[in-house]
Ligand binder design. Structure first.
Ligand code: GBH
Length: 468
């Protein structure tokens, strides 16, 4: 039985992203991004009005005892046309934010791309154009020039799988393209942007450079209750195919400088290989200092010969994405804390030298809002169960340096808008009033004692039990 205490110096904080909280979409010279232009994208304003209220938000984090804050920089605030003319007023905002954080004793972690591509670049092909990767490197350099004296750790991209395949495959996210070829080409150009951006950051003196990936274990329905269940050969093949598309497509180029062997024929069939140039994988595979892991939920699949490909997973014909009778969040995502352990075990086994950070973990639930508080026992249980699993993973040797909750505030959940609640802090969007939820108070105690209390999670799930 492991202790519930975390190692000394363990990093505790939260993550946010620019489009989801800042608002002020046309302010101080900001150019439009693909999310401003996307149908429903006007949701991005006022969001949490963080552009004006950041001092209050930093104070909230400080009062909760947080030592880290991961935010994203809006590319089109810095470079309104995506390239060329620099907008100093936009950089000034991040300058003020970073100073405010440092003054509160909070370490800033900057993400350069959390899905909000400048619309001007989209008009020139966006991520389907190779040039966008080079423009990203320029943007990385310009931003580092201004903030690099105070921001040590830089993440290039957030969740390139989502940006490529939900943005260009299923089209649920901006820019709303629906083309398997575009999705694979965009994915490659994002990987290249990571490589070129990392290089630019390093050559301008950044001390630590990383990338953030959404990683999910891929399981069969039976494995959800018991990881040890051996899938049939057909199901194992389905699992491997989805695992390659979702996880290995990004992990292996970045950490090994190569494509998964079983992916190349899929890319070639769907998109050709003309977009992959000699030397690209060397650039993409240069060493990084830190891998950010976003973990929310497992993906559950099985073989079903008649199934058509899911547009977010081109090449997935014959595979059924299963909904399973298990506890889910309000978004319907299966709750499986043990999935985090599967992700960490695999990374620890295959990439023992890579330093890790949980850069996002959290859940959307319907909160009980009353006069005396915001009661969100489901969120607290979700977070606590994941932290217990994380604590056990540390004992197994996982090199996880910190944990960041998604998210500080209820905010704009992309295509879903304001109805989704991931915050530790409730936001009344009519008044912009912030109120701490019970989970925020619980998290403050976790941070204060650098660990969990002795109580078991309030609502143990079948999956937690299975993971032991
Ligand atoms: C993150 O995306 C984002 O970084 C953040 O901006 C967002 O607000 C937050 O999470 C909450 O959504 O079921 O096939 O899509 C998380 C996106 C959701 C992607 C779960 C992977 C599982 C595979 N992830 N998803 S699938």
């Amino acid at each position: 039985m492991s202790t519930a205490r975390f190692p000394e110096g363990f990093i505790w904080g939260v993550s946010t992203s620019a489009y989801q909280i800042e608002g002020a979409s046309g302010e101080d010279g900001k150019g439009p991004s693909i999310w401003d232009a996307f149908p429903g994208g006007r949701d991005g304003d006022p969001a949490c009005d963080h552009y004006r209220r950041y001092p209050e938000d930093v104070r909230l984090m400080r009062d909760l005892g947080m030592t880290a804050y991961r935010f994203s920089v809006s590319w089109s605030r810095v470079l309104p046309e995506g390239a060329g003319r620099r907008n100093d007023l936009g950089l000034d905002f991040y300058d003020r934010l970073v100073d405010e954080l440092l003054g509160a004793g909070i370490t800033p972690y900057a993400t350069l791309y959390h899905w909000d591509l400048p619309q001007a670049l989209e008009d020139r092909g966006g991520w389907t154009s190779r040039d966008t990767a080079q423009r990203f490197a320029d943007y990385a350099r310009v931003t580092h020039e201004r903030l690099g004296d105070r921001v040590d750790t830089w993440f290039t991209l957030n969740e390139p799988w989502v940006a490529a395949f939900i943005g260009h495959g299923s089209g649920v996210h901006a820019p709303g393209r629906r083309s398997a070829a575009d999705a694979f080409v965009a994915a490659h150009h994002m990987l290249l942007a990571h490589g070129l951006g990392a290089e630019a950051l390093r050559s301008s003196g950044a001390s630590r450079v990383g990338v953030v990936l959404n990683l999910s274990p891929v399981l069969t329905p039976a494995q959800l209750g018991d990881f040890a269940v051996e899938p049939s050969e057909e199901d194992a093949e389905a699992v491997a195919r989805i695992d390659t598309l979702l996880n290995r497509q990004f992990v292996e180029p970045i950490l090994r400088g190569r494509h998964p062997g079983d992916l190349l024929p899929v890319i070639e069939r769907e998109a050709g290989l003309g977009h992959v140039h000699d030397g690209d994988l060397d650039v993409i595979g240069r060493p990084i200092d830190l891998l950010g892991v976003n973990y929310y939920t497992p993906v559950v699949v099985r073989a079903q010969p008649s199934a058509a490909a899911d547009p977010a997973f081109p090449g997935s014909e014959g595979i059924l994405f299963c909904s399973v009778p298990t506890a889910v969040t309000a978004m319907g995502w299966p709750i499986m804390p043990g999935g985090l352990s599967l992700v960490l075990r695999r990374l620890t086994r295959e990439y023992p030298d890579t330093e890790l950070m949980i850069t996002e973990n959290g859940a959307d639930f319907v909160d009980v809002v009353t006069g005396d508080g915001i009661h969100d026992v489901d969120r607290t249980s979700y977070l606590e169960e994941h932290l217990r699993v994380l604590r056990a993973s540390l004992d197994e040797g996982a090199r996880v340096r910190g944990y960041l909750v998604w998210s500080l505030l209820d905010c704009v959940e992309w295509a879903d808008g304001y109805q989704r609640k991931f915050g530790l802090v409730h936001v009344d969007f009519a008044t912009q009033r912030r109120r701490l939820k019970d989970s925020a108070l619980w998290y403050r105690d976790v941070i204060k004692r650098n660990g969990l209390g002795v109580d078991r999670p309030k609502r143990p799930t079948l999956e937690t039990v299975a993971a032991r």
